[in-house]
Design a protein around this ligand. Structure first.
Ligand code: CA
Length: 245
């Protein structure tokens, strides 16, 4: 039994799944498909400085995966001790988004197109699952990941963002699959928790300052040290999940 098979067997036993049949790969966007997290953290910091909200860049790496509305709520509770109004959320998220758009275009995460293609080559549906409402990046997907993300779950499609399981449950509903037929690829602890809570075999990938242990503690079944490492492992991992080796 190879390394992956042991992990897969343990996962199935823990979850009470008789079998795994990977038919849909559910990909996070920021920090997974795009190297966009430093830009997002910078855009949030500028918005906070311009509005007198207390924040540090680490806040945005820890909050990564939350919707903009949830992040603004967190900032308001901490700075003012009360909730943000819908008008505050709209205005401040628009400022943050404008700051992000003013930055040079972010790079595609090295290795991510290979990982996505490996899933497509295995006959899987590929679904985007993001807390982002940042249309500037979502609109680039068709060009950077041709044919991959016809199905998308964005911030507006869910009432509760990551770490709640709703985004991944919604993605599986769109793809017409059950949790034992899916795999999640995530770079952030709240995103990993969302995938795990949805009952899906969840892969953590280190792509920024968040160490592997944090993704492991959040419940990732496997943590890869980089996206190229994840991409290289993907074909064998998917075969092992399908019980083909
Ligand atoms: Ca992310």
């Amino acid at each position: 039994m190879n390394h992956y098979q042991r992990i897969i067997t343990d996962f199935k036993r823990r979850m009470g799944y008789d079998t795994l049949d990977p038919r849909a790969a559910l990909f996070d966007m920021d920090g997974t498909l795009y190297d966009s997290m430093p830009g997002h953290a910078g855009a949030w910091m500028k918005m906070c400085r311009d509005n007198g909200l207390e924040a540090s860049p680490e806040d945005f790496f820890m909050a990564e995966g939350r919707t903009g509305a949830d992040t603004i709520e967190m900032l308001f509770m901490r700075s003012y001790g009360h909730s943000a109004t819908p008008a505050d959320v709209e205005r401040l998220y628009a400022m943050k988004s404008a700051n992000f758009r003013a930055l040079p275009p972010v790079d595609v995460m090295p290795g991510a197109p290979v990982a996505v293609k490996a899933c497509m080559d295995a006959g899987m549906a590929t679904v985007l699952v993001t807390g982002s409402g940042q249309t500037s990046l979502i609109e680039r997907l068709a060009e950077d990941y041709p044919g991959a993300f016809a199905l998308k779950v964005c911030s507006r499609d869910v009432s509760r963002g990551k770490p709640h399981p709703e985004p991944y449950l919604r993605a599986m509903e769109m793809a017409g699959v059950e949790p034992w037929q899916a795999v999640v690829v995530e770079n952030a602890p709240l995103g990993v928790r969302s995938g795990v809570a949805a009952g899906v075999f969840t892969l953590g990938v280190v792509t920024g300052p968040m160490p592997a242990e944090v993704l492991k503690e959040a419940g990732a079944e496997i943590v890869f040290a980089s996206m190229p490492e994840c991409a290289t492992a993907m074909p064998e991992l998917l075969r092992a999940m399908a019980g083909k080796e």
